[in-house]
Design a protein around this ligand. Structure first.
Ligand code: SAH
Length: 257
């Protein structure tokens, strides 16, 4: 599906930006790059900036005109760093991704068009696009680096694509301890804990069994509220055991002093 979305770079001056674009595309699962009259291509700098995405550069199609680059496209989206004078249907990157995927889902071809580093796209080029896409950057410093702008759009395309596939955007790793941490204690484990807690509190003279003063009820309310996990319960039981040991040691010492 993503192979029906092409990235078109018009008249790019810096080959590094072509490499950066290839890398951004491959990271997000896009593969089709079309270059309209690049100033320098193929280029070592482009390869270097592409890191492991040289396959995208090798498969890149170089053409002489925007018209050729857009051949067969049903939806053309032109990016712009600033508002132009002619009002035009405008999308943000998220909407751009949604529109793009709606088209490719129906078997359409989509082009995302990016302009020159120093001058962007001309008005004539922008008028070839059904929609303009603007990344809502700081209005006082609105122009992103070309490859960075590609990255933003490609990321949104990926997020929309993952959502469409019902694929998760994060894979949570449940390790053994993490799993224990996620499982709440059972009622009987809590009861055993309360018994242990009460016994410990008596041993350290915090709780007077003759005058308990609702202490255990209040502690039950506190622990009951906190949704203790199995792992946390192990910690609490460990603390109680060590407290008892320390208290018994102290008692032993006092008796022998
Ligand atoms: N001075 C140019 C800047 C071009 S930046 C101008 O004012 O148009 C190079 C390309 O990066 C742009 O043509 C566009 O394709 C993309 N780009 C940069 N910033 C962008 C933004 N905020 N929104 C959308 N595209 C942007």
């Amino acid at each position: 599906m993503l192979d029906r979305i092409r990235v078109v770079l018009v008249n790019t001056s810096h080959p590094g930006n072509i490499g950066g674009t290839a890398r951004a595309m491959k990271n997000m699962g896009l593969s089709r790059l079309v270059l309209v009259q690049p100033e320098e291509f193929p280029s070592g700098e482009a390869n270097a900036r592409a890191s492991g995405a040289t396959d995208i550069l090798e498969a890149a199609v170089v053409v002489d005109s925007l018209e050729e680059a857009l051949a067969g496209c049903n939806l053309v989206l032109g990016t712009s760093a600033r508002d132009r004078r002619i009002p035009w249907p405008l999308l943000d990157p998220r909407e751009c991704a949604q529109h793009s995927l709606e088209h490719v889902k129906l078997g359409g071809e989509v082009a995302l068009v990016f302009g020159r580093e120093y001058a962007g796209l001309t008005n004539e080029e922008l008028q070839r696009c059904q929609f303009h896409v603007h990344i809502p950057s700081n209005p006082e410093f609105s122009s992103l680096n070309l490859a960075t702008a590609v990255q933003v759009l490609a990321y949104e395309v990926r997020m929309a694509w993952l959502a469409l596939q019902g694929q998760p955007t994060k894979v949570e790793k449940l390790e053994t301890t993490a799993m224990l941490d996620a499982v709440p204690v059972t009622a009987d484990e809590l009861e055993r804990f309360y018994a242990h807690l009460e016994q410990t509190l008596v041993e350290i003279d915090f709780l007077d069994p003759e005058k308990p003063r609702h202490l255990m009820a209040r502690l039950r309310r506190l622990y009951g509220r906190s949704g203790v996990s199995k792992l946390e319960m192990n910690i609490l039981r460990g603390i109680l055991t060590e407290t008892q040991k320390a208290a018994r040691g102290e008692l032993h010492k006092r008796r022998h002093d």
